[in-house]
Design a protein around this ligand. Structure first.
Ligand code: PBG
Ligand code: ZN
Length: 319
């Protein structure tokens, strides 16, 4: 007689486990500040900090010691203007951070967020004309930003702005300057989500007027995800991201079935902060909730997960 419980006993479970989570699946986000000797706690994301480059290196050292293999880097800027001039400053914190990480930890994979919202005074992800973001005028600045990161030593650039044709534009700019080995991880499927709330405080990147709905996707749509992802693969994206993760596991699964490129899930700030808040209240067991959630993203079909929990997860996985 068939009995399913036979395979659930303690000594068999691990052998029949279909999906696994390891250090090779996880990328940790980092926020980089101007200046020296600075570490600022991010209030909306308990446990997360912004670091100036010198202290960032110490943080990466401790992350690497836990087995961490890669990170996604976000720059902050005190000088903001309508054209996001500081976004491609080769002396800015992101360029400096990439250079020193590559010098000190050459094997650490460096992925950089490419978007203008932390560098524009209006906080939108592109160049504003009238009341809206102008797609094609944004493309050159994004390409300059990607090039600046490549010149500093980034392995992958990750455009998160959601302008049309930015992947193709960035690919061309990189190839022209012989950065043919720098890859593009496209935030192809990025929903206009309330789950980004805590991040906007973290990166000082909130929009000063309106919202991001004219460029980020409608949470009601799934066919659109496939359209966006296929287009970006065609334009030259090496990997495709789905963001947020937990409320969009169906989208991750759909793309996994339809595409052959690696799929990256972004377990975003709001998902992180909700877990942190509930665990601080003692309502949930943080370790179990986090490992279960991350594993669910793998089960849905994600090859890689970007998560603010990565550092903690590495500690827990070593137990
Ligand atoms: C920049 C960017 C955002 C996130 C990643 N890159 C914010 C946004 O689009 O408003 C969100 C990440 C998170 O919430 O953890 N465009
Ligand atoms: Zn943005």
């Amino acid at each position: 007689m068939k009995r399913f419980r036979r395979l659930r006993s303690a000594n068999i479970r691990s052998f029949v486990q279909e999906n696994h989570l390891s250090a090779a699946d996880l990328w940790q986000p980092f926020f980089v500040l101007e200046g020296k000797g600075k570490q600022e706690a991010i209030e909306s994301m308990p446990g997360m900090n912004r670091f100036s480059v010198d202290l960032l290196l110490k943080e990466i050292e401790s992350y690497v010691r836990l087995g961490g293999k890669g990170g996604v880097f976000f720059g902050l800027s005190s000088q903001k203007d309508p054209l996001a001039t500081n976004a491609y400053n080769s002396k800015g914190p992101i360029a400096q951070a990439i250079k020193s990480i590559k010098k000190n930890f050459p094997d650490f994979l460096v992925i950089t967020d490419v978007c203008l919202c932390a560098y524009t005074n209006h906080g939108h992800c592109g160049i504003v004309e009238g009341q809206d973001v102008h797609n094609d005028k944004t493309l050159d600045i994004l390409a300059k930003m990607a090039l600046c990161h490549a010149q500093a030593g980034a392995d992958l650039v990750a455009p998160s702005d959601m302008m049309d044709f930015r992947v193709q534009h960035i690919r061309q700019a990189l190839d022209q300057e012989n950065f043919t080995n720098v890859g593009i991880l496209s935030y192809a499927v990025k929903y206009a989500s309330a789950y980004y709330g805590p991040f906007r405080e973290a990166a000082h990147s909130g929009a000063q007027f309106g919202d991001r709905k004219t460029y980020q996707m409608d949470p009601a749509n799934s066919r659109e995800a496939l359209k966006e992802a296929r287009q970006d693969v065609e334009e030259g994206a090496d990997m495709i991201m789905v963001k947020p993760a937990l409320a969009y596991l169906d989208i991750i699964n759909q793309l996994r079935r339809e595409l052959t490129v690696p799929i990256v899930a972004y377990n975003v700030s709001g998902e992180y902060s909700m877990v942190k808040a509930a665990s601080q209240k003692g309502w949930i067991k943080e370790e179990d909730i986090v490992l279960e959630s991350l594993l669910s993203m793998k089960r849905a079909g994600a090859d890689i997960i970007i998560s603010y929990h990565s550092k903690d997860a590495l500690k827990w996985l070593q137990k």
